[in-house]
Design a protein around this ligand. Structure first.
Ligand code: AMP
Ligand code: MG
Length: 340
């Protein structure tokens, strides 16, 4: 792209932090032209990073091709390539980064390394119409309550151990539930929870502004193995307890920051009960409740493409020699000049 010509163009974004390999294409004006997602479903057990990265390498060219076809553009039309640089699983991140580097070098266009958590917030703002929200980001790998302050997204509270989505997934697996393609474990737990009536006491762990889900998970699994409770009641109780924890922390962040919007995002944002609970606290604080369509709430390439646009149009690029993946890259380490 010619120097100074940053108002129009296309950015291709590659997401590969965990089980999903996805390619999105965004215009500099914020239109999403393509968002193709290929999810890796392990034959059994949890995600093995090496197996997931093998899936990413196998599907990469097909997913790229489909994204170009959907967007009706050619690789030569791209002005910039963005990729999720972290946080995430090493082998998975490296596969996405290698594809991004190869494309950028071949096309002679700049590369932008995007923080995965920042991208979840930015796509949420774009798609749900929020400007400066308190964000509750709950997924298979992350549980974070964040809000913008003094140039960065600050983490107000987070999980001290496993993520909320992971807690639901492991419980579902232990309960012997079976996934159909395209049906996440969290959605199966949600369906069963609807017929649950009895609230089983489970450990509620909020420490300051941080949360812990591993004790809750162990207790729920033990209760399941004892066989004293119906599975529906345990799903209901697990949801009520875990969701109350994230909602308590979100409400305290909202009261402290006095922001006027609450954004719910990440794969677990698809849960209707969680949406209802977050909407309730938002309304209590006269804040607008915003949530994102699930295609943009789960891990997706469109969010990387859009955050790539924001970074690139604010002068941020990542030289190849600095494009190494950052497994533990924290949200508050990233400057977000477009919010100033
Ligand atoms: P992500 O990590 O953003 O790709 O999201 C995947 C996580 O979202 C997994 O832990 C899923 O079980 C969870 N998830 C998806 N749909 C639902 C739902 N309806 N209720 C709760 N969790 C869900
Ligand atoms: Mg995922």
């Amino acid at each position: 792209m010619e120097k100074g010509k940053t108002r129009d163009g296309y950015c291709l974004g590659i997401e590969s932090t965990a089980d999903d390999f996805s390619v999105g294409i965004a215009t500099f004006k914020g239109e999403i032209l393509a968002n193709v997602i290929s999810a890796y479903i392990p034959p059994e057990g949890g995600i093995h990073p090496r197996e997931a990265s093998r899936h990413h390498a196998e599907v990469a060219s097909k997913v790229l091709e489909e994204a170009f076809r959907k967007a009706c553009i050619k690789p030569r039309d791209l002005a910039v390539i963005a990729f999720s640089q972290g946080p995430g699983l090493g082998p998975c991140l490296r596969t996405g980064a290698a594809v991004a580097r190869a494309l950028a070098s071949y096309l002679h266009v700049p590369l932008v390394g995007v923080n995965h958590c920042v991208a979840h917030i930015e796509i949420g703002k774009l798609k749900a119409g929020a400007k400066d929200p308190v964000t509750l980001y709950v997924s298979g790998g992350n549980t974070i309550v964040a809000a913008f302050d003094a140039g960065r997204y600050r983490v107000f509270g987070e999980t001290l151990d496993i993520a909320l989505g992971n807690c639901l997934d492991v419980f579902a697996r232990e309960a012997g539930l079976k996934q159909k393609p395209g049906e996440p474990f969290g959605a199966i737990v949600e369906k069963l929870a609807k017929s649950g009536k009895r609230l089983v006491p489970l450990p509620y762990a909020v420490r300051g502004m941080d949360m812990s889900f591993s004790g809750l998970l162990t207790a729920a699994i033990k209760a399941l193995q004892k066989g004293d409770y119906k599975l529906e009641d345990l799903c209901y109780s697990l949801q009520e307890t875990a969701f109350s924890m994230v909602v308590e922390v979100t409400e305290r962040a909202l009261a402290h920051t006095e922001k006027k919007e609450v954004l719910l995002t990440g794969g677990v944002a698809a849960n209707r009960r969680l949406q209802e609970m977050v909407r309730f606290i938002a309304e209590e604080h006269n804040a607008k409740f915003c949530t994102v369509p699930s295609e943009y709430a789960i891990d997706n390439g469109a969010m990387i493409a859009w955050t790539g646009v924001l970074a690139f149009t604010h002068g941020i690029t990542t030289p190849i020699e600095k494009s190494y993946v950052r497994l533990k890259w924290r949200l508050e380490e990233v400057e977000v000049p477009w919010m100033k």
